[in-house]
Design a protein around this ligand. Structure first.
Ligand SMILES: Cc1cc2nc3c(=O)[nH]c(=O)nc-3n(C[C@H](O)[C@H](O)[C@H](O)COP(=O)(O)O)c2cc1C
Length: 374
């Protein structure tokens, strides 16, 4: 396939942003904010700049406040020092001609007292999500959290707004709302972890209210065409009890209709990592992205296990507009140039995904084709 025939390498108009290609770097937690203040470091700036040939970089999941933390050495965006740290990153990416959105998240009930000065985490209801938290003392089982009060939920929404404003001050090009498996938003969407009886629990409209409250707060600060959102409606492994349930399909139908009116930058969806047969979302197994294409009016970004070939195929079929790549960007900082030059991809070392330092982070070289990345 010639370069000009690869849809992945075509430009894309994302709202008012011109993406130089459709190869998006998906958010990846890498545990390199190895300081007590969780401030992004010069090493992180180097890592992101190495990957600036992506059409758009989505930052690692970033905490919106000090009670949203659930994983060690992950940066925040709620202090001035963190804003200054992120400026190093955004400037380095922009200097290389790249674009970068900040992925803002809150881990809710899936945190652990070890992250919260001994305090219990809080979630939609006092129900243990039955997952694990990566603490300074290794992986630990989650506990039964406190139920958030409505006043605390309103504060979280304001904290999203403030973090989004901080992202603007730090020079980001936009925001991605981290509504992906394991986080606070899916805990609200799930029947298993949300048994509230107020306006944030019960029927579908109520369980989805937090999503739209957060969107409304962020779009007070950012134009909606600079705000994207990432979901995984079919996550089954490693998410404890926050699994697809019998209301997942109608809930997403409701949310997609509403999200279609927001003129968002994009909707990013991670696909099924396992066989959905026998689950309440079995109907999504066939034509997964096509199902969302039919029900969402706006830019659709597809994610999970894409290769150069399958990424080009889904774009040429018109089922998605953009494709995001996670793991492939770890060992291939020049992923776009490798696609351009039909170079083989390098494999990443899982043992160094979260270990801190440059090993397995900034030391993956660009391919040797005389390309300009790296
Ligand atoms: C090391 C690692 C860290 C990740 N951290 C995040 C994260 O912070 N936020 C997020 O939404 N997804 C995260 N993901 C998921 C990826 O963004 C992506 O959805 C997933 O890897 C599937 O895409 P892929 O098959 O191209 O890797 C992470 C994945 C990996 C491998």
């Amino acid at each position: 396939m010639k370069n000009q025939m690869q849809p992945l390498l075509e430009k894309y108009q994302l709202g008012d942003l011109k993406l130089k290609n459709r190869v998006i770097m998906a958010s990846m937690t890498r545990g390199r904010a190895t300081n007590a203040e969780l401030v992004p470091t010069p090493l992180m700036a180097e890592y992101y700049a190495q990957r600036a040939s992506a059409g758009l970089i989505l930052s690692e999941g970033t905490w919106i406040n000090s009670s949203s933390i659930g994983f060690i050495n992950v940066p925040g965006l709620y202090t001035q020092a963190q804003v200054e740290g992120w400026k190093l990153v955004t400037r380095a990416v922009h200097k290389k001609g790249g674009l970068i959105f900040s992925q803002l998240g809150h881990i809710g009930a899936a945190s652990h007292p070890d992250h919260l000065n001994g305090e219990l985490p809080a979630g939609p209801s006092a129900i243990n999500p039955q997952t694990k938290s990566f603490t300074p003392n290794g992986f630990k089982d989650t506990l039964t959290p406190r139920e958030l009060t409505v006043a605390e939920i309103k504060q979280i929404i304001q904290d999203y707004r403030q973090a989004a404003a901080n992202a603007k001050a730090a020079g980001f090009d936009g925001i991605e709302i981290h509504a992906h498996a394991g986080m606070l938003i899916p805990q609200f969407l799930s029947l298993a972890t949300n048994q509230r009886t107020d306006e944030y629990g019960g029927r579908i409209e109520n369980r989805a209210r937090l999503v739209f409250d957060i969107l409304d707060a962020i779009t007070e600060v950012w134009n909606s065409n600079r705000v994207g959102i990432k979901f995984n409606p079919v996550a089954i492994s490693n998410v404890g009890i926050v699994r697809p349930d019998e209301e997942t399909i109608p809930l997403f139908r409701y949310m997609l209709r509403k999200l279609s009116n927001y003129n968002l930058a994009y909707l990013q969806l991670e696909g099924p990592a396992e066989d959905l047969t026998g689950t309440p979302v079995a109907a999504l197994q066939q034509n997964y992205f096509g199902h969302f294409r039919e029900n969402y009016q706006g830019t659709l970004m597809a994610n999970l296990g894409f290769t150069q070939e399958s990424g080009n195929a889904i774009l040429s079929e018109g089922i998605a507009d953009l494709v995001s790549f996670g793991t492939a960007f770890i060992a291939n900082p020049d992923l776009v140039e490798r696609f351009e030059n039909h170079q083989p991809l390098s494999d990443s070392d899982r043992d160094t995904y979260y270990t801190g330092g440059e090993k397995g982070y900034t030391d993956y070289p660009a391919a040797n084709y005389g390309g300009s990345a790296g």
